[in-house]
Design a protein around this ligand. Structure first.
Ligand code: FES
Length: 160
């Protein structure tokens, strides 16, 4: 999506929510739902539209793990780091993902294909360890399944 398009997305989100109370979170959600992230230049524009300082808007964006400020890869893998998942081996899966992808959390592979993010309890604790892949939950993941998951993603064009 080009720069002009992302400005249109920001304007549409502001038009829809700016006049309501507590507009900031709905505006941020709307922008991220469409663009996949909150562009840096959106922060000033949002602040001016709802009479909040740049620092306030930036503070909210950085407080919530959900919001990202970098364009994500074509595929997003989010690994649960909460207690029930940690108790049954999520850290092993995380280590394997980081090693195989050559990236850390909040980074994308050089080819722009895959972004790795932490997430905190998906509500699937009974099926831990749990992941979210492109918004779809994956349950009872094992570190042995990591390579086949990555092969599956590499073979799939997410735009299809
Ligand atoms: S702790 Fe991981 S899904 Fe709840």
């Amino acid at each position: 999506m080009g720069n002009t398009d992302h400005k249109a997305v920001i304007s549409a989100a502001l038009e829809k929510h700016a006049s309501t109370n507590g507009a900031l979170l709905p505006i941020l959600h709307e922008i991220q739902d469409v663009l996949g992230y909150i562009p840096t230049d959106a922060i000033d524009v949002i602040g001016k539209s709802i009479n909040r300082s740049r620092a306030e808007v930036h503070g909210v964006v950085s407080f919530y793990h959900h919001f990202r400020t970098q364009k994500p890869g074509r595929h997003i893998i989010q690994v649960c780091r909460s207690e029930a998942c940690q108790a049954v081996g999520s850290e092993k899966i995380i280590d394997k993902l980081k090693l195989s992808l050559g990236i850390d959390f909040h980074e994308s592979t050089l080819d722009g294909q895959i972004t790795l993010e932490p997430i905190y309890c998906l509500g699937h604790c009974a099926c831990a360890p749990a992941l979210m892949v492109n918004g779809e939950p994956r349950a009872k993941m094992t570190s042995d399944q990591v390579e086949s998951l990555l092969n599956e993603l590499r073979a799939t064009n997410h735009d299809d």
